[in-house]
Write a protein that binds this ligand. Sequence first.
Ligand code: GDP
Length: 137
Amino acid sequence: MEKTLSIIKPDAVSKNVIGKIVDRFESNGLRIAAMKKIQLSAADAGKFYEVHAQRPFFGELVEFMTSGPVVVMVLEGKDAVAANRALMGATDPKEAEAGTIRADFAQSIDANAVHGSDSLENAQKEIAFFFAQKEIL
Ligand code: GDP
């Protein structure tokens, strides 16, 4: 069993599709081990995405991620990191395979509905960024 971090981004939260996205996870072998709705500050978003600090889109990314509330979740299941990435689809929704979350709910490469950890190592760091051990059940 693996754990990974998922974020439902502000575009999807404002479109009122939290439940539809959570259903994709629950219907495909992933369990919600922790979940909360929060408003990220610019400092939070900058720290979370610090690997992208030198990228030209960093400012836009922080602005977008702080534009409204997000839902952060710990997903648990077999090969959870890869399973979540497969359900999400490609970063750019125009390239995302039909039936993936990004193909169905995202508008653009920045407003792309969901985040998911890209490795087990990053999943552990990202989970610890948002959740205390006692909140993961
Ligand atoms: P992910 O792991 O599929 O989310 O993709 P990355 O780790 O490569 O990028 C992190 C996030 O940065 C993406 O989900 C997008 O929201 C954003 N991003 C990536 N590339 C671009 C870009 O070219 N322009 C903008 N505005 N945002 C981008």
